[in-house]
Structures are given as structure tokens and as C-alpha cells.
Design a protein around this ligand. Structure first.
Ligand SMILES: [Zn+2]
Ligand SMILES: [Zn+2]
Length: 388
């Protein structure tokens, strides 16, 4: 049998073989490079929010520290480019560290390992420039004695742009208005603060999944708060969160704001309203049967009430509040001093008018000479609590 020779370099098969497709081992690897990546890659990040495109979709970065962020964006662009620029005979590849790659000496046919590291960079201003050394090892043919082992330098340019979301945000865009109101009264100062804080926390959470969930603007109104929201679903989620904390009812309305020039469809804007209950801690309320209570607490599920006669503290869910006709009642708060106590009665003196009067002794501990907060409802006086 006559000796075969590499058609490219002329080396004999016994010296440089076995031949693959007529090529010696070295020429086969040279003629069939694996790493077909461009020497230059261009990518961009949003100068407003730091997001960048991952497989065509804008995503938030995992860090906002600028230097780390630039590397995150550049790494991602390099990796995506790598995935698209290995020889088509590579069926799967794995990214490993430079050290791990060094140790790998064999791979199954169709497999590759890739490692990359930045070797030089200029990131003080944009475009930021990062030069990577990329190394790949691979096997394309079963007769290969040695793996492909190729190294290339790739320059990644990271430029600044404004992502579509931020373009909308910076352009004043909003999709829905969230209106926060209280039933039958303006929203109180402490409620405004608590709701503002709750909304802020919730928006952070929403934005992790809904990039359009931003607050475009917050308007303080006499009756309550208006939040201009980037997405309707975000407005709905916030309304739900407020309802869970404060109780209340949610309603939605749509307003025609124009016609889309491209689709000729009508464009509607949602306003989502959450109306929190009118009751507040410290309110005096009365039920249908004339029982008078002081409100101890209000939340998403209902109210805690103390019956001013029995002194019992009771829970009422919102359904029951409605069913029992519990509602605000006109009341006058006063202060009075206990002047004498008998087994069944208490004598008091009003602190303003010095008028004295008797009440049935209530189920709370009283002491002569002490001053109490009283409340008068429909001509009847009740003890609220001791004056601190
Ligand atoms: Zn050769
Ligand atoms: Zn952005």
C-alpha cells in the first residue's frame, strides 16, 4: 500500500496523520477553524436605567455599579456572539474558566468549551472598550489526535442609549392613573405617608417583572393621591396592595384619550380607584341597634371595636360592618374627673363646665380624683379611657 500525503502541506500520513479529508492533523485544524467570531462587537446599555438587550429583550442589570455593569453588558454581548459564531459542527458548548479550559484535553465529537477574560479595557467614558481574550477547545472529527485550540482577541464596544421604556418614561408617558381616596373624607396626612411608602416598596417589586410598571408622577390632591402609572396592571396591583393593608373598594373606569394613528384603534386610559374605609382608629361608631363603639384598628379584613358599655373588644369583618349598619355617629369628646365611686355608680365632674353628673359604674377600673376622656353620643355619656 502506498503512503498518503497531506494535499496542503505534503507531509506523509505516517508523520502527520491520520489524514482527515486528505489533510494532516495540523492542516485539518487550520482549514476547519471553530471560532468564527468577529474581532469587534457593538452593544449598548440604557444610560437612564442600566438595562441592556439580552436575546433581543431589554432586561434590568444585576448590578448598578457602573464598572460592574459595563462588564456585565459586555460579557453578555460577547457570550451571545460566541453562541452564534462557532462552527456549525459544534453541537454544544460550555463556558468554563480559563483555568478549567487549560486542563481539558479531550472532548466528544461536536463538543466545545469556551473561556474568556478581559485583557485590556478603557471604561472611563463611553463608548467603553473591553478587549477580551477568547479561547476555545473543540473536537469536530473522531480521528483528531489533538483538540482544536484557538485563541482570538475580541473588542467589545459598549455604547449608551435610552431604552424604549425610558424613552416613554422620559417623554412623560403613562398608561393608567391610580387614585387613592378615602370614603367620605379626605385622605389623612399619616395615611398619605403610609400609602406613599407602601406604593414605593410595591413598585420596586412590580418593576422586577413589569418594566413598564413605573410611577411617572405623583399628584397630591386635597382629597387624596393620584399616581400616574406606566402600566395598568401595575396600577391594579398597587390598588390591591393598598386594599389588603387598609381595606376598601376598588373600581376601574376608562377614558377615551385618542386614536392610534397606526392602527386607527381607540386608545383608552384606565383609572383605577381604591377608596379606603372612612373609619379610622379612635372614631366613635354606632351600629343599627344603638351600640356605641370606639374603633381600635382598621385593616384590609375589617375593624376592631370596643363596645363602650360592655367594654368588650370585638372584631368585625367588612361584610359584618355593613350588615350591622355600623357607621360614624356624631359625638362630642370631653374630659371629666371621677369625684366619687359607689358599688353601682360613679360621680363625675366635667372639666370644662364643672357640671357634675352620675353614670352607671362601667367595667373598667376607676379611681377617685383621676381624669378620664369621655364621649357623648345622642345625649348619653361613655367612658373612653383614662387621661394619661
Ligand atoms: Zn498538512
Ligand atoms: Zn432605560
Amino acid at each position: 500500500m502506498s503512503e498518503r500525503f497531506c494535499y496542503r502541506c505534503g507531509i506523509s500520513e505516517s508523520e502527520g496523520g491520520p489524514l482527515i479529508d486528505g489533510l494532516c492533523q495540523v492542516c485539518y485544524r487550520k482549514e476547519n477553524p471553530v471560532l468564527l467570531i468577529d474581532g469587534e462587537i457593538n452593544t449598548e446599555l440604557c444610560q437612564n436605567c442600566g438595562s441592556y438587550k439580552k436575546r433581543g429583550v431589554w432586561v434590568d442589570p444585576s448590578t448598578y455599579e457602573l464598572e460592574e455593569l459595563i462588564f456585565e453588558v459586555a460579557d453578555n454581548a460577547l457570550l451571545e456572539e460566541l453562541g452564534d459564531s462557532l462552527d456549525e459542527r459544534v453541537e454544544n458548548f460550555e463556558v468554563v474558566s480559563v483555568e478549567e479550559l487549560e486542563e481539558i484535553n479531550d472532548l466528544p465529537v461536536g463538543a466545545a468549551v469556551v473561556a474568556f477574560q478581559p485583557v485590556d479595557w478603557h471604561i472611563e467614558h463611553f463608548p467603553a472598550i473591553i478587549i477580551y481574550e477568547v479561547r476555545v477547545k473543540a473536537r469536530l472529527h473522531e480521528l483528531q489526535h489533538e483538540l482544536h485550540d484557538e485563541t482570538r482577541h475580541v473588542t467589545v464596544y459598549v455604547r449608551q442609549t435610552v431604552c424604549p421604556r425610558c424613552q416613554k418614561f422620559l417623554g412623560g408617558y403613562f398608561e393608567a392613573i391610580l387614585q387613592v381616596r378615602a370614603e367620605g373624607r379626605p385622605l389623612a396626612e399619616d395615611e398619605r405617608k403610609a400609602i406613599g411608602k407602601l406604593v414605593e416598596e410595591k413598585v420596586d417589586e412590580i418593576m422586577r417583572r413589569d418594566r413598564m410598571g413605573f410611577i411617572q408622577d405623583t399628584i397630591e390632591k386635597e382629597e387624596g393621591l393620584d399616581f400616574y402609572m406606566g402600566s395598568t396592571s401595575s396600577a391594579r396591583k398597587l390598588a390591591q396592595a393598598i386594599k389588603e393593608r387598609f381595606g376598601g373598594t376598588i373600581s376601574e373606569a376608562y377614558e377615551l384619550v385618542g386614536v392610534d394613528r397606526q392602527t386607527s384603534k381607540e386608545v383608552h386610559r384606565a383609572s383605577v380607584s381604591i377608596r379606603i374605609p372612612k373609619f379610622r382608629k379612635g372614631d366613635i361608631v354606632e351600629d343599627r341597634r344603638g351600640n356605641v363603639y370606639t374603633v381600635e384598628g382598621v385593616d384590609g379584613k375589617g375593624m376592631t371595636l370596643t363596645n363602650l358599655v360592655t367594654r368588650e373588644t370585638e372584631r368585625r369583618d367588612w361584610k359584618t360592618v355593613k350588615r350591622e349598619g355600623i357607621d360614624s355617629v356624631e359625638s362630642e369628646k370631653r374630659e371629666a374627673m371621677v369625684t366619687s365611686i359607689t358599688p353601682t355608680e360613679v360621680q363625675l365632674m366635667d372639666m370644662e363646665t364643672y357640671e357634675t353628673y352620675e353614670l352607671e359604674r362601667p367595667g373598667i377600673e376607676l379611681r377617685e380624683g383621676e381624669i378620664y376622656h369621655m364621649v357623648e353620643v345622642k345625649g348619653r355619656r361613655y367612658f373612653l379611657r383614662k387621661k394619661e
